[in-house]
Each structure stands twice: as C-alpha cells, then as structure tokens.
Design a protein around this ligand. Structure first.
Ligand SMILES: Nc1ncnc2c1ncn2[C@@H]1O[C@H](COP(=O)(O)OP(=O)(O)O)[C@@H](O)[C@H]1O
Ligand SMILES: [Mg+2]
Length: 253
C-alpha cells in the first residue's frame, strides 16, 4: 500500500532574481511500513518537502495524498485534525513547550485533540526512551538527547501510521544518535509504522529500505535496499534496551 503519494509538488520562495525553487515538481510515493531516507545537502529542499508531505505546508502546485486523503483539499481544521491523528512529526529542533513538563509535552497532541492517553503505551515509550525518571522535568532540564527522546515519545503516543522525522540525529550526540536509530528500527519492527527520515547522517540512511536524494529541489537519484526483513532480531533486539516491549506488538490499521 502506498501511504503517501505526492504528484508534481512545488514550493517556490521569493521572486525574480531572488526566486528559490525550494521544491520543484517532485512526485514520489512512499510504501507503507517501510523506512525511507531523504538525503541531500543543506538547502536542497528536504525540510520543505517533508513539511508538504506531512500537511504542514501547502504546496504552490501539485497534490499530496496521505492514506488516500488529498491533504490540501481538506479545510485547514480538518487537515490539522487528520494530521494529528495519523502523522507523527519529529522536528529537528524538537519544538517542545518550555513551560510544560516531559509528561505534559508528550500528552499535549492527544489532549489538544480531546483524545484519551493510552497509559500502557505511554509507559512503554517512557521506558524505552529512558524518560521514566524525567517525566516531571522541564525541557531545559534535559540534555539534547532527552529533549529529542521526548519529542519522539510525543510523536509516537498518538499511534501515527506515518512518522516524519527531520534530521533526528542532527542536534544530539553520537551515542544518543545510535540509541535513536535502534529505537526507530525497533519501533518500526514492533509497530510497523512508516518512517520518512530526512538526514545527513550516513548511518541513518544506511538503515533505510529506500533512499531518495534531493538536489536543488528535485529528486536526483533513488536506491532501494534489498529486503531487510531478514535482519529482524539482530543485535539491538538483544541489547536489553527494548526488553519492556510487549512481545505481541501492535496491529497497524
Ligand atoms: N520560509 C522560507 N522563506 C524563504 N526561503 C525559504 C523558506 N524555507 C526554505 N527556504 C529556502 O528553500 C531552500 C530549501 O530549504 P530547506 O527545505 O530548508 O532545505 P534543507 O532542509 O534541505 O536544508 C533553501 O534555499 C531555503 O533558504
Ligand atoms: Mg532542513
């Protein structure tokens, strides 16, 4: 199943000599339950593309369908609601609310939507992301890695089918980055989410099933990895980091 289908999407900024074709007539589709990496130099249009795919930024031209829904044909309020229910966004700069604790930040999207918090999943995520002892901390009391993990818990607690991450290892140290990659792999394996990850980081790109290179707002190259399902159960599953995950996993609608 194709969870994301973008047709001829463009986003231009400025005009005349200052015109920047941030994203230029890009078409792509993303298969459900896979990890896709979007790679490219700084300024190549990755963030703009991800925001358009995730319902955050209307394209100047073209269409984006997520789970069969044409996002930008929806009225703003319905698009926002759809996004909150189906898409988890992990921002490069985390975008936590400084006045709220870790727990309050994590629950905010659900509470804003008037939805119940799945306490069991919340406990699992807090344990997996090593935040159990920090639920009452404020963002400034956490390391960069801790803030990033909070942003991830916030994105995943809504049980999104689609998770979009913008340079998730960009603002954390190497060790936190490695733990994050393990987490994405394990979360993908257990919950079957679809991940689209913008990255500079070769290690992030290496774990993807598919890589899409962006250059000057266009797709310049694409590569598919061999089926990676055979890798399940390797090293990270034995590391103890994910011991608390329920063995049966969770159904993806
Ligand atoms: N809001 C904006 N206003 C003007 N120019 C923008 C805006 N957002 C992005 N751009 C420009 O679009 C290009 C692509 O930006 P971006 O999508 O952030 O690239 P990347 O994430 O690959 O670094 C850059 O030249 C950037 O300066
Ligand atoms: Mg960017």
């Amino acid at each position: 199943m194709r969870i994301v289908e973008a047709e001829g999407i463009s986003k231009y900024y400025g005009e005349g000599e200052a015109l920047v074709k941030s994203v230029d007539q890009v078409s792509l589709s993303i298969q459900a339950h896979r990890i896709t990496a979007i790679v490219g130099k700084s300024g190549s249009g990755k963030t703009t593309l991800l925001h358009m795919l995730g319902g955050l930024e209307p394209p100047d031209a073209g269409t984006v369908r997520v789970l069969g829904r044409s996002l930008y044909e929806l009225p703003d309020s319905r698009r926002t609601k759809f996004r909150r229910e189906h898409i988890g966004f992990i921002f490069q700069k985390f975008q936590l609310i400084p006045e709220l604790t870790v727990r309050q930040n994590i629950r905010l999207p659900l509470e804003t939507a008037g939805k119940k918090v799945d306490r069991e999943l919340e406990a699992e995520l807090l344990a997996l992301l090593d935040l159990e002892d920090r639920v009452n901390f404020y963002p400034h009391q956490l390391s960069g890695g801790g803030q990033q993990r909070t942003a991830i818990a916030r994105a995943l607690l809504v049980k999104p089918e689609l998770v979009l991450a913008d340079e998730p290892t960009g603002n954390i140290d190497q060790e936190a980055g490695a733990a994050l990659l393990d987490f994405i792999r394990e979360s993908h394996r257990r919950f079957g989410q679809t991940f689209v990850v913008v990255t500079h980081d070769p290690e992030v790109a290496a774990m993807a099933h598919r890589k899409i290179w962006i250059r000057d707002g266009r797709i310049s190259q694409e590569t598919e990895q061999e089926d990676r399902s055979g890798e399940e159960g390797e090293s990270e599953a034995d590391s103890g980091l994910f011991r608390e995950f329920p063995a049966e996993g969770r159904e993806v609608p």
